[in-house]
Design a protein around this ligand. Structure first.
Ligand SMILES: Nc1ncnc2c1ncn2[C@@H]1O[C@H](COP(=O)(O)OP(=O)(O)OP(=O)(O)O)[C@@H](O)[C@H]1O
Length: 243
């Protein structure tokens, strides 16, 4: 693929070059990513769309240091993930990356406050759990357990947990995938508000094409490659989007 994702304006947070991922199995090789080139600007919001199996989650996981590429380069502010040791990758995930997944991944036996504290206790310069929860509109639910919260509220706890460490990079894999549309809007509003406040570079993977309207740029993936990148002249708020 050509460097169609290359950018020269603003500061580049992530420089991705020739990134490939092959999963090898007895049934044959799966080329999940095929030589992806992409520049991601500091503070921008990207939405990644594409059919199932097009490589969106694989790209997110590699950029988040959860998985390793088979070849190619991914540099985050000069830090090369491809050659990093396990210790360096762990430090990178801890310090720089917030993750939000489809199924919340909260610890059921801990309250909202305690779930957020799990992360703030190991972060370098975190917000207080109470502040993070207030920012996502859960100031009155801090001592509730996940089972006492709706799906949308649980996902907002997950957003609070992800942003409490003031991450430079926020990675969201289908954050509204298991929510009704009103809860989904609330979760996206929380993501948009807090990423603006902490200035995080944000990547959102979704099957929901309506979400594209909240992005600075929309990345269309297909067969492990970037098929197209579109720039939005203006960004919609989550409440303005139809989906
Ligand atoms: N651990 C793995 N082992 C083998 N193959 C894998 C593994 N993880 C992903 N794949 C394959 O890599 C390809 C890309 O998967 P990926 O999950 O990145 O796609 P996706 O676009 O995120 O899909 P979805 O929208 O369904 O989540 C798929 O063919 C998938 O089956």
């Amino acid at each position: 693929m050509s460097a169609q994702g290359s950018c020269s304006r603003s500061e580049v947070a992530f420089e991705v070059r020739g990134l490939s991922k092959v999963y090898r199995s007895g049934a044959g090789d799966v080329h999940a990513l095929r030589s992806v080139d992409l520049d991601i600007l500091a503070g921008e919001t990207l939405v990644l769309l594409g059919p199932s199996g097009s490589g969106k989650s694989t790209l997110l996981n590699i950029l988040g240091g959860l998985d390793r590429a088979s070849s190619g380069s991914a540099r985050f502010h000069g830090f090369e993930l491809a050659s990093a040791s396990e210790v360096e990758l762990t430090r990178y995930r801890r310090r720089s990356v917030g993750f939000i997944f489809q199924f919340f991944n909260l610890v059921p036996s801990l309250t909202a406050r305690e779930n957020v504290a799990l992360i703030t206790e190991i972060a370098a310069d975190p917000m207080k759990p109470e502040e993070a929860l207030a920012r996502v509109g859960l100031g009155d639910r801090m001592d509730h357990f996940p089972s006492q919260l709706s799906g949308g509220q649980q996902q907002r706890v997950a957003v609070a947990r992800a942003i409490a460490k003031r991450p430079e990079l926020l990675l969201c894999d289908e954050p509204t995938g298991s929510l009704d549309s009103e809860s989904g809007v609330q979760v996206l509003e929380a993501i948009a508000d807090v990423t603006r406040e902490v200035g995080a570079t944000t990547m959102i993977v979704s099957h929901n094409t309506g979400i594209a309207a909240m992005a600075d740029r929309v990345i269309r993936c297909r067969d492990g490659a970037i098929q197209r990148i579109e720039t939005n002249a203006t960004r919609a708020t989550p409440r303005e989007m139809s989906w």
